[in-house]
Design a protein around this ligand. Structure first.
Ligand code: ADP
Ligand code: MG
Ligand code: ZN
Length: 619
């Protein structure tokens, strides 16, 4: 992938004052080195009178004149036996030289040793160079490297107002619509944008303005990021991709600067695509009563301004993706901004087959029964399916197979859903028996009911997810709706495991905890959201918060109703449990046969199971 690095032109100029200050500092320092005396120790300062007196009494042996100072030594060492250098200032005394020349001295010659040091002067050019240019350069380089380091750390000083952000524009995106399986409605809408980027004049002649922005919404892993890249690949235009969280910076105002930068660069490269992934990081609604976030709000405001500001006819198209559309600020969604909303849903049966095909093309595989795999993966996203195909390839390598087979894929579906097989786990005979009856209990209740998905597989091989066994049911076709009876049957099936434990093993175990969780969720949803209780008719009692992310719900009813809902839910679960117990009681022989078979083989297929228990229906 060839990435075209674009660095925004942040001026790396230093402030003129800094060069000046740095030079002054260095000159002071250098000068202190050049002036003599400062660092020469054991100099004793005396006054001029003392000096003359010593000369007159013939004690001085050596005199040096330098820079208006007189340094002299006497013959007599001090108490410590050292020759001390004395210093005094010159007084401009014209007769001093004559006096020194004629004075007595303890020297052998009887004369004072006299000399004058004339400081050597550099040429003025070298002086200027040493004192001004060199220090200036040194400080300049220190400054530059400091600034580089700071901007690497994310901060940026002296050049505020410019984010200094690295924004990548991929000039050649290889992804195309062929890489995105399914999602035909999304592709259709986006095809228009591709067309516009190819040939903007066609639209401008008509006087039409294309939407400036399109918002891709859907659960994680449905291919939002992928399809945005594909638009750029199809249109063959540069692709600016940035994640919403990248705008939220440490300093207030930096995110806004980054948005400005981004749009400036994109306008220069038009036609092109700007893609803001996970836009909810900056686009969250601003009217949250609890403490706003200044930086995020400024960034959002800047984004709104930029989107209004640029000329839609130039060919800059903004795509954004989110899995929390309900949290977005309304201002982002008004016409002229992200007015197109493109839903990216979870793939249905046909789309799952198509996605599996796209990813199977990348690996070596034999004949694959796509239908089985696609049916076993209801509710999976494109990303899950890509993962499943890859797991299958890994498994084929592990088993040293020459190519990926259907059974590799089936096993990897289970690995992705329930974790890998935990072969080393030691489970006692007694526990193994309970697990077997528990699973057969689920399967039996499922098989004896009319509106229930067929059993596909039962296994008591423990999984790393903590599941000690499980029963897989796979629908024959794709189901978009579930009716009340099917939901009740499903709850009964979930209680079947516990019912078998009670009736056959005369015990209850923790193994039913997941069943309990699921059954309760279903029963509660029936009452609060699907209007399937007689008591509350079609009243909404719960509202979903994040439809695409787990879908946690919060109650919208009074506390009194809430406790009443609990009673309704309990009633549904009780009835289902009772029904499951009846089914198992009526099929005890088959229960024992099937459980024995399962204990021997650890895994049995739906077909084998149905052969053992027969096809009679009870409800
Ligand atoms: P999102 O942005 O919606 O969370 P991505 O676009 O990042 O999901 O998808 C993650 C991966 O899942 C992709 O790289 C691709 O391999 C796979 N994938 C998802 N949807 C599809 C699809 N419709 N067709 C093919 N592959 C898909
Ligand atoms: Mg994404
Ligand atoms: Zn169970």
């Amino acid at each position: 992938m060839d990435k075209n690095t674009q660095k925004s032109q942040s001026p790396q100029k230093i402030h003129p004052y800094w060069g000046f200050f740095s030079t002054i500092l260095l000159v002071l320092f250098l000068n202190s080195l050049i002036f003599p005396g400062v660092f020469t120790p054991s100099i004793v300062k005396t006054d001029y009178g003392t000096f003359i007196a010593k000369v007159d009494s013939g004690l001085v042996s050596k005199v040096t004149l330098e820079n208006g100072q007189i340094y002299y030594t006497t013959a007599k060492p001090d108490e410590k036996g050292k020759n001390i250098v004395y210093q005094t200032g010159e007084m401009g005394d014209a007769s001093l030289t004559a006096k020194l020349l004629s004075a007595q001295s303890p020297n052998k010659s009887g004369k004072i040793q006299l000399n004058r040091i004339v400081p050597e002067k550099n040429s003025p050019i070298i002086d200027f160079f040493l004192m001004w240019i060199v220090p200036g350069l040194i400080f300049y380089f220190i400054w530059i490297s400091l600034q580089k380091r700071m901007s690497k750390m994310g901060g940026n000083f002296l050049s505020l107002g410019n984010s200094g952000a690295k924004i990548y524009a991929e000039s050649e995106v290889k992804t195309t619509f062929a890489d995105v399986a399914g999602q035909n409605e999304a592709k259709e809408t986006l095809q228009e944008i591709v067309d516009f980027l190819h040939n903007p004049s066609k639209y401008t002649q008509m006087g039409a303005t294309l939407p400036k922005g399109a918002l891709l919404v859907g659960p994680p892993g449905t291919g939002k990021t992928l399809i945005a890249r594909a638009v750029a690949g199809e249109a063959k235009v540069p692709f600016f991709s940035i994640s919403g969280s990248e705008f939220v910076q440490m300093f207030v105002g930096m995110g806004a600067a980054k948005v400005r930068d981004l749009f400036k660069q994109a306008t220069a490269k038009a036609p092109c695509i700007i893609f803001i992934d996970e836009i909810d990081a900056i686009g969250k609604s601003r009217d949250n009563a609890m403490g706003g976030n200044d930086e995020r709000e400024q960034t959002l405001n800047q984004l709104l301004t930029e989107m209004d500001g640029f000329d839609g006819k130039k060919g800059v198209v903004i795509l954004a993706a989110t899995n929390r559309p309900e949290s977005l600020d309304k201002a982002l969604l008004r016409p002229g901004r992200f007015d197109r909303r493109i839903p990216m849903g979870l793939p249905d049966l046909e789309d799952r087959k198509a996605i599996l095909n796209v990813h199977l093309k990348k690996i070596k595989h034999g004949d694959i029964d796509l239908d089985i795999v696609a049916r076993a993966t209801a509710g999976s996203s494109g990303a899950d399916l890509a993962n499943i195909v890859n797991e299958a390839a890994l498994r084929a390598v592990r088993l040293s197979e020459s190519q990926v087979s259907t059974s590799d894929l089936e096993e990897s579906v289970e690995v992705v859903m329930a974790g890998a097989q935990k072969k080393g786990a030691v489970i006692s005979k007694e526990e193994k028996k309970i697990i077997a009856y528990h699973e057969i209990g689920h399967a039996m209740v499922a098989a004896r009911q009319n509106n229930s998905a067929p059993v596909h597989k039962i296994t008591i091989i423990p999984r790393t997810s903590g599941a000690l066994g499980y029963t897989m049911q796979i629908d024959t076709g794709e189901q978009y709706l579930m009716n009340k009876q099917e939901l009740l049957n499903k709850i009964a099936t979930l209680t079947g495991g516990r019912a078998a434990e009670e009736l056959i093993c005369h015990t209850v175990t923790t193994g039913a905890s997941n069943d309990i969780e699921q059954a309760t969720k279903l029963a509660r949803a029936m009452v609060t959201r699907y209007g399937m209780s007689d008591k509350y008719d079609m009243m909404e009692l719960e509202t979903i918060n994040n439809a695409y992310l787990g879908g946690d719900a919060s109650l919208t009813c009074s506390a009194a109703t809430a406790s009443d809902i609990d009673q309704e839910v309990l009633r549904i679960i009780r009835a289902a449990h009772e029904k499951a117990r009846n089914i198992i009681n009526n099929n005890l022989d088959e229960m024992h046969k099937a459980a024995q078979f399962l204990l021997n083989k650890e895994t049995i297929s739906g077909e084998e199971f149905m052969n053992i228990i027969g096809t009679k229906k009870e409800a």
